[in-house]
Write a protein that binds this ligand. Structure first.
Ligand SMILES: [Zn+2]
Ligand SMILES: [Zn+2]
Length: 281
């Protein structure tokens, strides 16, 4: 007796059944591996994650940050203030008036607070380099499209910090904004002094801490150029300022800075502390 041959449609159904089973098994295996890597909950707000998101963070926590707002900003270093009274008639703060700010313009996306701060911490300190994709997207919104630059330069980190972290967060962000300028990312400045973390130091101590921390190995590649420095966070601005000074001393014509987040030291401060902002940077 002839065996009953399955009809083509039945064969297709059989094949599909085999594929679906194999696919389900592969998904289960991937879920097992991902479960080891990712927690079930968003690392920021602890809501349950669904599916297999590319980051261990929920979509709400990846929403673009609110722009940094303040009653008044210094026109040069963009430091936030609670009143225009601390600015001169040109709109500059005391530090910029004293000639101690070495960058010509500063652009910033949001405040270094809340969700944005948590995302940056995961990116940098938990070494989640792939978070550079959404953070790079945020940074692109702050890119000054009206300005013209000759080079996009990431804030350098010291060799030993690079070895420890595995990447320079500023370089990852610079690669996200470079296409907007049509320029390549260039490492024109190096960090030659591995300074201790700046947290807990006063503005003056920070400035001393980063003095001579930066060097320009090939001044010829910097001379006459309009440079856009890229950084993740600006706290007091002491490091960015020292880096801008090194570039200016090497002959850069202008140095601007684009940062993802700026520490807003007005948060949670009383009037006396607000006055201390006069010592900003
Ligand atoms: Zn979340
Ligand atoms: Zn200023």
């Amino acid at each position: 007796m002839d065996a009953i041959k399955p009809r083509p449609r039945a064969l297709a159904r059989l094949r599909r059944g085999w594929w679906t089973a194999a696919h389900d098994k592969a998904r289960q295996a991937a879920a097992g591996v991902l479960a080891l890597t990712y927690p079930d909950d968003c690392r920021i707000c602890y809501t349950r994650l669904t599916g297999f998101p590319p980051y261990p963070v929920c979509s709400s926590c990846l929403a673009p940050p609110a722009p940094l707002s303040a009653e008044a900003f210094c026109i040069q270093c963009h430091a936030p203030f609670q009143s225009e009274a601390v600015l001169d008639l040109d709109g500059r703060c005391r530090l910029c008036r004293s000639g101690q700010t070495h960058f010509d313009a500063l652009y910033c996306v949001g405040a270094y607070d809340g969700r944005l701060r948590e995302l940056i911490h995961l990116f940098k300190y938990s070494r989640m380099q792939r978070l550079g994709v959404p953070l790079g997207r945020f940074l692109r919104t702050g890119y000054p499209r009206e300005a013209v630059f000759d080079a996009i330069v990431p804030m350098p980190i010291h060799f030993w910090r690079y070895q420890d972290r595995g990447f320079n967060q500023a370089e990852v962000l610079a690669r996200a904004v470079a296409p907007l300028s049509g320029l390549p990312v260039e490492a024109l400045v190096k960090r030659v002094k591995n300074t201790p973390r700046q947290a807990g130091l006063s503005g003056k101590q920070r400035r001393l801490n980063v003095r001579d921390a930066f060097a320009v190995p090939h001044p010829g590649r910097v001379r006459g150029k309009r440079i856009l420095l890229i950084d993740d966070v600006l706290t007091t601005g002491a490091s960015a300022n020292a880096c801008a000074l090194a570039l200016k001393q090497a002959g850069a014509s202008t140095v601007s800075l684009l940062a993802l987040a700026r520490a807003d030291r007005r948060i949670g401060m009383g009037p006396e502390a607000a006055l201390a902002l006069l010592q900003f940077v």
